[in-house]
Design a protein around this ligand. Structure first.
Ligand code: MG
Length: 377
């Protein structure tokens, strides 16, 4: 890693791994984490998990896997421009959604409701549980034994109560310190990525219209500019060009604003990043406001669209039915999960781990197997 800024995370300032391991020979420690994430089962399952559109609705829509790749692409470009740790940023971006349930946010809401009396379910915290515990591939330790900084980046937010229970990783939430720039960046790249690809998918699905998007100042201005340069442009190229230019605008703004904030604070080292009063990786106020308008439009016009809501409703029923059946009926307990835990709290967490790990189609087929007559659905 050449030209790394003094406040970037590097091997010398890393807090290392929970279980000691020999250093890799041909990779750095951060590349090792990225590779462990790519080779995990949870990462492969992202291919069949919903982003907004349920997996079987069309082959062209984003899935959690392609979303994660787009986040990693954006995050890496910005990391390089900022001279921070590109490999760590990539590892965090690829891992950030590993804890997502099937059926996107609908699945998460349903599972959280099922677990209300057992501590709830939060996909972000679950991502950490996947890499710390649920991936079983190494004889010497549970999980992937990732670096502290990769785990810190995965855990974007955390309640006070949860922070008290997760040791060193919870400390920054309790003392209100900032995570590394690499973690901050992966978080913003996630938001920029989904705003743009959800517009693209929404337009392609015919659930969003150009008229609706023209309510956004930035979309309208970019479209006018593109049409002036390419008066004969067809609808498909117009969509791609406007979104590409908007994305570029956001990424450029993010790089310039973050550079300016770093210049103002002049952090000498990583400790100065942690001690800063607010995150340094951020958009300008003008673009932040466009970003919120975009989010609001997507929520109202796409995520709450009756067609998306109809699918979400159905998905919630599938997740809740699966949870209840596995919780209440020992005969349904899969052999792969070992003994049926007698303690309800342990049982609830085991069921949540199992259901959260399912892909959309596996959840659907398990639901059909356990509810052949549609009972409970
Ligand atoms: Mg995401």
């Amino acid at each position: 890693m050449e030209n790394l800024a003094p406040y970037a995370v590097c091997e010398a300032n890393s807090r290392g791994r929970l279980h000691g391991e020999a250093a890799p020979r041909w990779r750095n420690q951060f590349q090792r984490d990225r590779d462990r994430i790519i080779h995990s089962s949870a990462f492969r399952r992202l291919e069949y998990k919903t982003q907004v559109f349920v997996n079987h609705e069309g082959d062209m829509f984003r899935t959690r896997l392609t979303h994660s790749l787009e986040v990693a692409q954006i995050a890496r470009s910005v990391a390089r421009a900022l001279h921070i740790n590109e490999d760590l940023t990539e590892a965090i971006a690829l891992a950030h959604d590993l804890g997502h349930t099937p059926f996107g946010h609908a699945g998460q809401h349903a599972l959280n409701a099922c677990l209300r009396e057992f501590g709830g379910f939060e996909h972000n915290l679950h991502s950490l549980r996947v890499v710390d515990l649920l991936e079983q591939r190494y004889p010497a330790f549970p999980g992937l034994n990732l670096l502290f900084e990769t785990r810190e980046g995965i855990l974007k937010h955390c309640s006070h109560q949860n922070a008290l229970q997760i040791g060193a990783l919870g400390q920054r939430f309790l003392s209100q310190r900032q995570p590394s720039l690499e973690a901050q960046l992966a978080n913003v790249a996630d938001e920029i990525a989904y705003n743009h690809h959800d517009i693209d998918d929404g337009l392609r699905a015919g659930l969003l219209s150009l008229e609706q998007l023209r309510e956004l100042t930035l979309f309208r201005a970019t479209e006018t500019d593109v049409r002036a340069r390419w008066p004969q442009i067809d609808a498909k190229r117009l969509r791609h060009t406007v979104l590409r230019e908007m994305l570029n605008h956001f990424v450029t703004d993010l790089i310039e604003q973050t550079r300016a904030r770093i210049r103002d604070l002049a952090p000498a080292d990583l400790a100065a990043i942690h001690a800063a009063s607010e995150p340094l990786v951020d958009l300008s106020p003008a673009l932040r406001s466009q970003h919120f308008s975009l989010k609001r439009l997507l929520r109202i016009e796409l995520y709450e669209h009756p067609q998306v809501q109809h699918m979400a409703q159905r998905s919630q029923e599938i997740v809740s039915d699966l949870f209840r059946r596995l919780m209440d009926d020992a005969a349904c307990w899969p052999d792969a999960l070992g003994e049926w835990p007698r303690d309800p709290t342990l049982r609830a967490r085991a069921v949540a781990d199992y259901v959260a790990g399912m892909t959309d189609r596996y959840a659907t087929s398990e639901h059909q197997r356990l509810h052949p007559s549609g009972v409970g659905s």
